[in-house]
Design a protein around this ligand. Structure first.
Ligand code: N01
Length: 530
């Protein structure tokens, strides 16, 4: 029997395999793709790149690795990030512990018996079963694409694509009329590039989003050298940063400065800082009045950038900035000034169906040759629930989470001993630099496994009461932020029938990491160790 099975070989699974193996555990990972990379393996749509700067969106567990890797751009493109993860897998000789083209379909907890300790039986789509004492779900938070159930979807005569399952050989849109459904980050990144290539692009928008400029550029070798020289210091500062990035929090309220000063700050942040724009003042995510100043600034920018007033109005969000995930773009708004781009408002009049010729809205059929579904993901819990996970007494995770996910620190859930999640619901995950969050989670799990091993214990399981307390704390901090009241994929609102509730932990990385450390200092408080 193995010590550990890891599900997934994205950033989390790759680091988990490395870390657990170095600690002497026998470990085997399963990955549905034919290579490492996870999200960065599947998302190959035009314009796909990171919205966190490359120098931060990378591992810090090995100083030689971070010294030798050369990022070429401020925000790395998908191919570059994929090459990086592949490099990590090769450099640390991890591939021989990863079984590719293999999807985990089920996992069942087995109580300790006279013959075997507590363990998990894991079933894969090749019909094999595997046994391991522990199971680590590194299955990703934005890895289960959501393809809306639009009537007639399968009747379309042309090709259709989901941004999260993009063909490896790429797509040639030259000369084609293309429909893009969805205007979240994936739509906003891909639309300008598809429009450059296609004969015509029709964008179907239900909810407009805020996008701020990425201000992407090649990284100057001197700048990179300087970062590398200070990497240790930068990484230490990141761990103290709310979003696990090394920026000092803005100390001032947006309402404490003059209009002119506020405008100057917003202009500077708009031009330079991408996603961090929402942190230009301390209270943008906590006070509706403060937030309105930033939301109005971006709304003004949309009016400046888009020539047609009616189109600009349609592109202007009516909810507070940052409430839903903000997008980072390159040339998104000016793309609507092109003659070959049409915006269709499907909030006023929804898509009625897909027909062989294209997309039907009311009586109008928008005839197209290809459809791009930029329609997002069953986020955070989707990949966990896609596996038939069964804990004590055959209880399924789906039953356990019927009213909404519950996971102590986002790491483990009661009734499912010896099962850990990386970036589970209740952890900061998508609200912070994910790579730093992943390393913190995997390190915590690794320390915990060593603790269990060194004491000859059989199992570790989250306790119901602490799990409920953590969920209540999670709700409480979410309500203190403007994010708590917005329907979004953070709350599961994008998936019909998904129970509501704000899933990621809003309290920031340092506070979260401190909670995790305190649990350990107090003898794994909140866990049953048997
Ligand atoms: O998905 P989304 P995404 N009919 O859920 C629309 C990360 N990411 O893939 O908002 C019509 O944000 C939906 O409309 P509405 C990042 O964290 C990062 O773009 O539900 N439309 C929305 O417009 C991001 O937030 C990067 O009204 C339908 C869109 O589809 C997350 O991944 C790049 C529909 C989905 O937007 C998800 O982004 C890409 C329907 N039935 C992604 N169903 C970086 O920059 C859905 N929509 C790093």
């Amino acid at each position: 029997m193995l010590d550990l099975i890891v599900v997934g070989a994205g950033f989390a699974g790759v680091y988990a395999v490395h870390k657990f193996r170095r600690l002497g555990f026998s470990v085997h990972a399963f990955e549905a793709g034919d290579d490492v990379g996870g999200t960065w393996y599947w998302n190959r749509y035009p314009g796909c790149r990171c919205d966190i700067e490359s120098i931060y969106y990378s591992y810090q567990f090995d100083d030689d690795l971070q010294q030798e890797w050369e990022w070429s751009e401020r925000y790395a493109s998908q191919p570059e990030i994929l090459s990086y993860i592949r490099h990590v897998a090769d450099r640390f000789d991890l591939r021989r512990h990863i079984q590719f083209n293999t999807r985990v379909t089920a996992a069942r907890f087995q109580e300790a018996s006279a013959d075997a300790p507590s363990h998990w039986t894991v079933t894969t789509d090749d019909g094999q079963t595997h046994r391991a004492r522990f199971c680590v779900m590194a299955s990703g938070v934005l890895s289960t694409p959501s393809l809306p159930d639009i009537p007639g979807r399968d009747s379309f005569a042309g090709e259709s694509y989901h941004t999260g399952q993009w063909p490896h050989q790429g797509v040639d849109f030259r000369g084609l009329k293309v429909a893009v459904i969805g205007t979240g980050s994936s739509g906003i990144q891909s639309i300008p590039l598809i429009a450059e290539q296609a004969a015509h692009v029709t964008v179907f928008q239900r909810t407009p989003n805020y996008a701020v400029p990425a201000s992407n550029r090649p990284l100057d070798p001197h700048e990179l050298r300087e970062v590398k020289f200070r990497y240790r210091e930068i990484r230490a500062a990141s761990k103290k940063g709310f979003t696990a990035l090394p920026f000092k929090p803005a100390g001032r309220s947006a309402l404490a400065v003059s209009d002119a000063e506020r405008e100057e700050v917003y202009e500077r942040w708009w031009r330079n800082y991408g996603l961090a724009f929402q942190g230009a003042f301390a209270d943008l995510l906590f006070s509706e009045d403060a937030n309105r100043t930033a939301s109005d600034f971006v709304r003004g920018k949309i009016r400046e950038l888009v020539d047609d007033e009616e189109v600009a109005d349609l592109l202007t969000p009516d909810f507070p900035l940052g409430c839903r995930r903000m997008c980072v773009d390159t040339d998104y708004y000016p793309t609507y000034n092109r003659d070959n781009v049409t915006l269709v408002d499907i909030r006023r009049e929804p898509i009625d169906g897909i027909v062989p010729e294209g997309v039907r809205v009311g009586e109008t059929v928008h005839a197209v040759d290809a459809i791009v579904f930029a329609t997002g993901y069953d986020a955070i819990t989707g990949a966990l629930l896609a596996v038939d996970l069964r804990g004590r007494d055959g209880l399924s995770l789906e039953e356990k989470w019927a009213e909404g996910p519950r996971a102590y620190l986002g790491l483990a859930t009661q009734g499912f001993p010896n099962l850990f999640m990386v970036n589970g619901p209740g952890s900061p995950s998508v609200l912070i630099n994910m790579v730093t969050g992943i390393e913190q989670h995997v390190d915590w799990i690794a320390d915990c496994l060593v603790h269990v091993r060194d004491r000859g214990l059989d199992a570790i399981e989250a306790k119901a009461r602490e799990e409920e307390d953590w969920a209540a704390h999670n709700d409480e901090v979410a309500q203190q932020s403007i994010r708590g009241n917005c329907a979004s994929w953070y709350t599961g609102a994008n998936i019909p029938g998904k129970p509501g509730g704000f899933m990621p932990y809003v309290g920031g990385f340092p506070t979260y990491a401190e909670h995790c450390e305190r649990v350990v200092e107090n003898g794994y408080r909140g866990f049953d160790l048997t």
